[in-house]
Design a protein around this ligand. Structure first.
Ligand code: PLP
Length: 395
């Protein structure tokens, strides 16, 4: 451990995905021709309706401290929105807490629910921040490897085998980094497993609207109330609404937990950016914005199809997860002469000028993550380079 640092930060590492993007930017600034498919954020601008609502809020003087738990306008809009996505189920706005990005919602939930030494199961590959956030709560993250034959998802059998005594589970669907999506039946099985064992579930559904099946991706909110007594659903506007920089995320939790999370953030951030909350309220509350979301999702789908078809045709020996949601493509590189994800990415950025994220960042370095949240021209050019590079490696 670095001298002088508190044991709170014993396990802390900076985000590998952010590090890759910074490396790509650094190389570009130095004049190198680098295409960045490492970043996990939409390349689209925020749609005009939420953007204008945010500007209006500033002009109208909504610039004072907000309520700790978030403004009622946003919590009410989010409750209605989540209810509509799940066939009209009742959603209580008082059980929603607004935070500075869903990353903070995840942090609040972990910090509220878990304590020193408690085990939190994390299906892997998993988004980089989950294990770090669990460590910050002094709890113990345990990765549970997903099945390559099953889009790298985990089953309740896997959970029982690896973490029979877990206190918590963090589940991401649609999944970053794989694009895999749990079906309604699979979500129900996990919820039943968790209820039987008294496990708290943090369901990260930030990519729920970016789903290539019919309607939004299956959700814990499609389950009956009795299966939600120990579930915190995390949602947000960053991804589907192209609002990463506004830093607004949401958690829907049982009342006592929601109140504790609001109290926790009353001592950390006070509350999320006040005018940005009006922007998010417009994003979730104004039906017209759904057309913008549908357009963006259709574009992500076109790009997904492009990436998948080029890999199938030009690199048929490479295994990958068929993405059904989010905007990531997770492919396996160890078949290329035993290359690790880290080695693949390091050589790719230096030799061919494409930034991707090694699977090590997500707990499995046999893989590499490509984000297709980038302009189609960039994706096409990057694919040309990746295909040529991988063919050379495989020779
Ligand atoms: C799975 C997942 N959850 C949460 C987040 C955090 O999103 P934000 O804090 O922008 O709402 C991200 C962002 O990359 C993510 O990929």
């Amino acid at each position: 451990m670095t001298q002088g640092l508190s044991p709170n930060l014993q396990h802390l590492e900076t985000s590998a995905t952010i590090a890759i993007s910074q490396e790509a930017k650094r190389r570009r600034a130095a004049g190198e021709d680098v295409i960045d498919l490492g970043a996990g954020e939409p390349d689209f601008p925020t749609p005009p309706i939420p953007a204008d609502a945010g500007i209006r809020a500033v002009k109208e003087g909504k610039t004072h401290y907000p309520a700790n738990e978030g403004i009622l306008e946003l919590r009410a809009a989010a409750a209605k929105h989540l209810s509509l996505l799940s066939g009209g189920r009742p959603v209580n706005a008082d059980h929603i807490v607004v935070s500075s990005g869903s990353k903070q919602s995840l942090f609040n939930a972990c910090f509220t629910l878990f304590g020193p030494g408690e085990v939190v199961a994390i299906p892997a590959p998993a988004w980089v921040s989950y294990p770090q956030i669990v460590h910050l709560a002094r709890a113990r993250p345990v990765l549970v490897s997903g099945d390559p034959e099953w889009s790298l998802k985990v089953s309740v059998k896997d959970l029982d085998r690896v973490v029979p005594g877990a206190q918590g589970l963090m589940l991401c669907s649609p999944c970053n980094p794989t694009g895999g999506v749990y079906t309604q039946g699979e979500i129900r099985a996990i919820a039943e497993w968790a209820r039987k064992r008294g496990v708290w579930v943090i369901a990260d559904e930030i990519y729920r609207r970016i789903h290539y099946g019919t309607g939004p991706a299956p959700s814990f909110l499609d389950l009956p109330d009795e299966l939600l007594e120990r579930v915190v659903v995390v949602y947000g506007v960053s991804k589907a609404y192209a609002m990463t920089g506004w830093r607004i995320g949401l958690a829907l939790a049982p009342g006592t937990i929601a109140r504790a999370m609001a109290a926790l953030q009353s001592h950390t951030t006070t509350g999320a950016n006040h005018p940005a909350q009006y922007a998010a309220a417009a994003a979730l509350g104004d039906e017209r914005v759904e057309h913008d979301v549908s357009r963006m999702v259709a574009e992500f789908r076109r790009r997904r199809d492009l990436v998948v078809s080029r890999f199938r045709q030009e690199l048929p020996g490479i295994e990958f997860v068929e993405p059904l949601g989010a905007f990531y493509f997770f492919f396996r590189v160890d078949s290329l002469g035993g290359t690790s994800g880290t080695e693949f990415c390091t050589r790719l950025i230096t030799q061919s000028g494409v930034a991707l994220v090694p699977g090590a960042a997500f707990g499995d370095d046999r893989y590499v993550r490509l984000s297709y949240a980038a302009a189609t021209d960039s994706i096409v050019q990057a694919l040309d380079r990746i295909v040529a590079f991988a063919k050379k490696l495989g020779d």
